[in-house]
Ligand binder design. Structure first.
Ligand SMILES: [Zn+2]
Length: 388
């Protein structure tokens, strides 16, 4: 199995978002996850929802009006995007009236077009190709409109929003597909190849569809009792437990590359470099789930894949400094819930949780090759690794 997460820190529209201030239309937003929020204001202020129109923007205060050394702001009062001008909204023709649906009838809640700017609701309706009055409720998150691009003198970098963790999600998906590209790929396969891409990692995973739920155990339980062609008569009452004891989970989430301006923040013997391959993350306090047998297995996968493909599949090791805080992943919670062997790894990147992150162009190929090889060779290789 390879597990990863699809969500990123974002701003989410509040249930009542209709705000006005000093002639501006504004939209109330809530922070989701631990974003580096000042980058939303400072670096790439164009935030959009829907297609190609940049709808919202969080404007900074001019430096002339506040010469503060360290940029600080209030997340409740100073992070609201602007959506337009009240005067323009008043002059607009053909708009939806902010009225309750039926005159005189009791409504438990105010209508959607009363709780949000009517034009905002119209945009959502246009995108969904329905009438604004057909929208009963919605959940909208905001994202940066600027597309990802290659960067660096030799295009060795990817400058992109949400590398954490769409990079791992993408590599896991392509790895799974590539591993079965050959028609006979599954002829002698005794394992199930599975990827699990979760929402809600950035807010702790404790939700119905998060990694800290029953979702993955329930799916594995159902898969494990499927009768296999070779074992029709076997007792399936412990199939789930047997499956888990022979399974292995790669928890794929982005890692921290060494930062040239902050090298003192890194442990001197564990400084992952961009484009030098996926980083295996180790933590004595189990913030990461990696252990030695897992490292041996991944190394063998990388070795075998390199031999077969003729392309190097390098790996790196990371531990955090003892005097530093440490992130975590879905790895420890899934390994605790499943009891399956687990390893944490991910491609190195800079500026994690900024609105614009930096990763390595070649690490995408490294991770895809590693994941393809993991799926292809796990069944054979796992039998060769013994722990005394
Ligand atoms: Zn992540």
């Amino acid at each position: 199995m390879i597990g990863a997460h699809t969500d990123s820190p974002v701003l989410r529209v509040k249930p009542v978002s209709n705000k006005r201030g000093e002639g501006f239309l504004q939209v109330g937003v809530e922070t989701y996850g631990g974003g580096i929020w000042h980058t939303c204001i400072l670096q790439f202020p164009t935030r959009e929802f829907i297609a190609d129109i940049a709808v919202l923007r969080i404007p900074t205060l001019a430096i002339h009006l506040d010469r503060q050394e360290n940029f600080a702001f209030n997340k409740e009062t100073q992070l609201f995007p602007i959506a337009g001008l009240v005067a323009a909204e008043l002059n607009r023709t053909g708009e939806t009236k902010a009225e309750p649906a039926t005159e005189g009838e009791f409504e438990p809640l105010k209508s959607v077009s009363e709780r949000h700017h009517p034009y905002f609701v119209e945009l959502i309706a246009a995108e969904a190709q329905v009438n604004p009055t057909d929208i009963l409720d919605f959940e909208v998150i905001l994202f940066d409109t600027q597309k990802a691009c290659l960067g660096g003198l030799l295009e060795e970098f990817i400058f992109s929003p949400r590398l954490d963790n769409l990079n791992s999600s993408y590599c896991a998906t392509v790895g799974l597909i590539d591993s079965v590209a050959d028609k006979s790929a599954l002829d002698n396969e005794s394992s199930i190849r599975l990827i699990a891409l979760f929402d809600h990692e950035e807010i702790g995973s404790r939700t119905a569809q998060g990694a800290d739920s029953n979702a993955l155990p329930a799916i594995i339980r159902r898969l494990s009792v499927l009768p296999s062609s070779s074992s029709k008569e076997t007792d399936l009452s412990t199939a789930y437990e047997q499956t888990l004891s022979t399974s292995f989970l790669v928890s794929a989430d982005m890692a921290h590359s060494i930062h040239p301006n902050y090298s003192a923040k890194y442990e001197s013997d564990h400084k992952p470099e961009i484009n030098k391959g996926p980083v295996i993350k180790i933590n004595a306090n189990a913030r990461y789930a990696t252990n030695a047998p897992g490292i041996v297995l991944l190394q063998e996968v990388a070795r075998k894949t390199t031999k077969e493909s003729g392309e190097h599949v390098p790996l790196q090791l990371f531990v955090v400094r003892n005097d530093s805080s440490c992130g975590s992943t879905i790895g420890p919670m899934l390994s605790a819930a499943l009891g399956a062997r687990t390893l944490d790894l991910g491609n190195p990147q800079l500026s994690m949780h900024s609105i614009r992150e930096t990763g390595g162009t070649y690490d995408v190929a490294h991770a895809i090759r590693l994941f393809t090889g993991f799926f292809q060779h796990y069944s054979d290789l796992s039998k060769t690794i013994f722990v005394d």
